[in-house]
Design a protein around this ligand. Structure first.
Ligand SMILES: *[C@@H]1O[C@H](CO)[C@@H](O)[C@H](O)[C@H]1NC(C)=O
Ligand SMILES: *[C@@H]1O[C@H](CO)[C@@H](O)[C@H](O)[C@H]1NC(C)=O
Ligand SMILES: *[C@@H]1O[C@H](CO)[C@@H](O)[C@H](O)[C@H]1NC(C)=O
Length: 320
């Protein structure tokens, strides 16, 4: 799931960096003559923004919830008010910032070109194999392997432990549905049988949640493959805890298995002994220091900084 890098626009480029940039530029120059797209509605404000000759776009799940607002259906609805800042997503964004600044600061990579960024809050399912389709998503650049590999690896892992009778719950979106479809294909080939495969989204009505609980209570398999993003997972485990439904072996995707907020979430005991696949750990010199130094985010006037501060310290931020 983690961060996705894609180029949104190019404003200027120089001869020197051309070879390196070729890959990025394909996106904005192909087919742009015939079709002119115009934005419907209003432009969304990025959470973090800096201008430059080349602007990198990033999409992160900064928030996992929102304020329900009553609509009068008389005026245009107000923009969505997102709440519950996710520190992991915040760190993903900081890692992207770090990479952009490193290149921007370097005199060897792309000399004479300044880099900027626009980082948005929508959702990000960058492991989705669907994004490998260069015709549909020409400006998408991968930063981590596709679920084409993760799904197959999960099936191999399940097989390795000899679990041939399993159930599955998936986020009811491209991430969960596509990921689970690949898992199912591989699992079938390996002789693993799926007792059930249930779609779930955190906004599902209580009946859908009840249906999942009842299916699992009535099932005989003890292993649950959870192809879910961390936001759906958080709601789901609370539901499991509410029914004290424990004793299952959970198998998870990178979407939640290494999420520290999931590890401390209410009802986390449900997940005891979970296993899954995570992104390989790497040491990047200077990244830790960069992440801990959040002051530059403040000086560039980003509202996200204030929110980070308030969430981290449980207080209201005043700038005198
Ligand atoms: C990139 O470098 C220029 C100066 O060369 C600076 O003005 C700009 O803020 C830098 N951008 C980022 C994203 O660090
Ligand atoms: C880039 O340079 C600026 C200005 O010198 C510095 O504050 C920043 O930490 C540098 N960023 C990285 C990632 O090295
Ligand atoms: C954030 O910026 C404000 C205004 O520039 C300043 O007063 C405040 O000290 C800064 N806070 C931190 C933690 O850097």
């Amino acid at each position: 799931m983690p961060p996705m890098l894609g180029m949104l626009s190019t404003q200027r480029w120089s001869e020197q960096g051309l070879a390196l940039l070729q890959l990025l530029l394909v996106a904005s120059f192909s087919k742009s003559e015939e079709r002119v797209c115009s934005l419907m509605g209003e432009q969304e404000e990025p959470q973090l923004f800096k201008t430059g000759d080349i602007i990198f776009g990033g999409i992160f799940s900064f928030h996992s919830s929102w304020t329900n607002m009553k609509s009068t259906y008389v005026h245009r609805p107000l923009p969505l008010q997102c709440t519950s800042l996710n520190f992991r997503a915040f760190q993903f964004a900081q890692s992207m910032l770090f990479a952009i600044e490193e290149i921007n600061n370097s005199t060897e990579i792309l000399p004479g070109i300044t880099l900027g960024y626009k980082m948005y809050d929508v959702s990000h399912f960058a492991t989705c194999a669907c994004l490998s389709d260069k015709i549909k998503y020409p400006s998408f650049l991968r930063t981590i392997p596709s679920d084409y590999y993760q799904s197959r690896a999960l099936a191999q892992m399940v097989k390795h432990f000899g679990w041939t009778w399993v159930g599955a719950i998936r986020s009811n979106d491209d991430y969960g549905n596509n990921g689970m479809a690949i898992f199912k294909d591989t699992a079938t080939q390996l002789g693993i049988c799926l007792e059930y495969s249930l779609p779930f989204v955190r906004t599902d009505p209580p009946e859908q949640k009840q249906k999942i609980i009842e299916t699992i209570k009535g099932s005989t398999s003890k292993v649950i493959i959870a192809f879910l993003n961390h936001m759906d997972m958080e709601v789901l485990i609370e539901e499991f805890a509410h029914h004290n439904l424990k004793g299952h072996q959970w198998v998870g995707t990178e979407g939640w298995i290494s999420d520290s907020q999931i590890a401390i979430a209410k009802g986390n005991y449900i997940l005891e002994g979970s296993i899954g696949l995570a992104i390989r750990k790497a040491h990047v010199t200077g990244l830790r220091e960069f992440m801990l130094d959040v002051k530059p985010l403040n000086s560039s006037g980003n509202k996200l900084f204030t929110e980070f501060w308030e969430t981290a310290f449980g207080c209201t931020y005043f700038s005198l």
